[in-house]
Design a protein around this ligand. Structure first.
Ligand SMILES: [Zn+2]
Length: 276
C-alpha cells in the first residue's frame, strides 16, 4: 500500500499538471471509486470549470483544493497510483478515474483492486470526514517525544499496530513502520505503554529520516509494480530496506536471521537480536 513517501512522491508528480490549471473534465469509470461521495453525481459539478489552488497531502490522503471551497480528496488504497499523461496517450488497464485540465493534460488513477477512491468535499463535509480524524502528519507535523509518550501511556496495543493507526500518526504503513522500529531497535510487539522515554525518543528520531530516505528514492515499488511514480518510473527504495520483506536474510548489524511475525494482522519483519 502506498505510504507517506509514495503519496508525497505522487503529490509532487501531479502538482505541476494541476496547480493553477482549470479542470476541464472528470470521468469516474468505476462507480466504486466514488463510493465515499454521498451523491456521486456531485463530483463533476464541483470540479469542472474550477481552478486548482493547492495540491496538498495529509498522511496518505491527497487533498486538492479548487476554487469555491471544494476539496478533491484522493486515496490510493492498496494498489492505486496516479499517472500524468497527455490526452492522446493510450490508457493503461484499470484506469478508473480521469481528471483532465484545460492544458490538455490528464491525471489518471489506475487501481486494479479498486480500494482507492476520490471524493469532492465542501468545507463542512471535509470537517466531518475521516480526514478530520487523522493524527498529525508523520513527516510535516511529527509531535515531540513527550507528547508521544503521553499519548502512549497505558496503551496495551503493540507499538507496530499503534504506528499504523492513522489517528495516532498519519502516513505510516507496514513497510516504513518496520524499518523505523528496526533502526530504533524496538521489538514491534512491545506494548506501546511499556516503552520508556529513551525508546520513544529513539523511535521518533528515526521517523523523519526513514520517510525522507524513502522520498529521496521516489518511494518503494515492490515486485508487483502496482506503485509507480506519476511519470511511470518505479520507486527505488526497495533495495535499501533493512527488514521489510527480508525474512531469513541476515541482519546487516548482527547477522541474525530476520524473522517474520503477524502483528495486528500485518506481516511484520524484525531482527530478533537487535530489537528488544
Ligand atoms: Zn540484528
Amino acid at each position: 500500500m502506498p505510504e507517506l513517501p509514495e503519496v508525497e512522491t505522487t503529490r509532487r508528480g501531479i502538482e505541476p499538471a494541476l496547480a493553477g490549471n482549470r479542470i476541464a473534465d472528470v470521468s469516474v469509470r468505476r462507480a466504486r471509486m466514488s463510493r465515499r461521495q454521498p451523491n456521486p453525481a456531485d463530483i463533476p459539478g464541483r470540479l469542472i470549470g474550477r481552478k486548482v489552488l493547492d495540491v496538498g497531502r495529509i498522511g496518505k490522503f491527497l487533498i486538492v483544493d479548487v476554487e469555491d471551497g471544494f476539496s478533491l480528496v484522493m486515496h490510493l488504497g492498496m494498489s492505486g497510483r496516479l499517472l500524468v499523461a497527455n490526452l492522446e496517450d493510450p490508457e493503461d488497464a484499470h484506469t478508473n478515474v480521469v481528471i483532465r485540465t484545460e492544458a490538455h493534460e490528464e491525471v489518471r488513477m489506475i487501481d486494479p483492486r479498486t480500494f482507492g477512491f476520490i471524493v469532492v468535499y465542501t468545507p463542512d463535509e471535509l470537517a466531518d470526514s475521516s480526514i478530520a480524524a487523522l493524527g498529525p502528519d508523520a513527516f510535516d507535523a511529527l509531535p515531540r517525544s513527550p507528547q508521544l509518550l503521553a499519548r502512549m501511556e497505558g496503551r496495551s496495543v503493540a507499538i507496530k499496530t499503534l504506528l499504523l493507526d492513522q489517528r495516532f500518526l498519519a502516513g505510516l504503513g507496514n513497510i516504513y513502520a518496520d524499518e523505523i522500529l528496526y533502526r530504533a531497535k524496538v521489538d514491534p510487539l512491545r506494548q506501546a505503554g511499556s516503552l520508556v522515554a529513551s525508546e520513544i525518543s529513539a523511535i521518533r528520531k528515526q521517523i523523519r529520516p526513514v520517510l525522507a530516505a524513502g522520498l529521496a528514492h521516489g518511494g518503494t515499488s515492490l515486485g508487483d509494480l502496482t506503485y509507480l511514480l506519476p511519470d511511470g518510473r518505479a520507486g527505488e527504495y526497495l533495495q535499501r530496506l533493512r527488514v521489510y520483506g527480508r525474512v531469513g536474510e541476515e541482519c546487516r548489524r548482527c547477522r541474525s536471521k530476520i524473522i517474520k511475525r503477524v502483528v495486528g494482522g500485518r506481516s511484520t519483519f524484525s531482527c530478533p537480536t537487535c530489537q528488544r
